[in-house]
Design a protein around this ligand. Structure first.
Ligand SMILES: [Zn+2]
Length: 163
């Protein structure tokens, strides 16, 4: 699917799914980057929330590959079309059918440069995780929390992995 218009060259953003079967390209600046705490986004992403990058009438939007589609029903009763990779399961896009012509909503994590999209708002806070609303202050690690694994477990895991 391609929606293209004549004119100047807006910023182009590319991304895709985990396995690479689905790739997309979208041109324009998002009108909003919203953390969504709705229960459908929680379940769809298998996480506490999704970060939705919302474009209004993008200059171009092209999907390469054959994404799978699931027509979800939002709490307003409207269909929310969820576009995802049928091979690796990565959620790519959620699209309210009533606004299909105007808004394109892409999950921030599937952009090649997700750090370009800092959230400007949080929606559906009514179902946000309580620990998120309270603000979390937990230890941060560059990668794994190796301190939580005992030396014995670590040695056993390395032996099992043959390293
Ligand atoms: Zn995939």
């Amino acid at each position: 699917m391609t929606i293209a218009k004549e004119g100047s060259s807006p910023p182009v953003h590319e991304g895709g799914c985990l396995c690479g079967a689905v790739r997309f390209r979208i041109a324009g600046d998002p009108v909003s980057v919203a953390i969504c705490h709705c229960t459908n986004c929680q379940r769809n992403t298998g996480s506490a929330f999704s970060v939705n990058v919302i474009f209004y009438k993008p200059e171009e939007y092209t999907i390469h590959g054959e994404p799978a589609i699931y027509d979800d029903v939002g709490d307003t009763g409207n269909i929310v079309r969820r576009v995802f990779c049928g091979t690796c399961g990565t959620p790519i896009e959620s699209r309210s059918v009533f606004s299909a012509a105007d808004y394109t909503v892409i999950k921030s994590g599937c952009f090649d440069n997700p750090s370009a999209f800092a959230p400007d708002s949080e929606v559906y806070c009514v179902t946000a995780m309580p620990w998120w609303l309270q603000g979390i202050a937990v230890p941060r690690y560059e990668r794994f929390n190796t301190a939580s694994i005992s030396a014995e477990e670590d040695a056993a895991a390395k032996a099992a992995a043959g390293s």
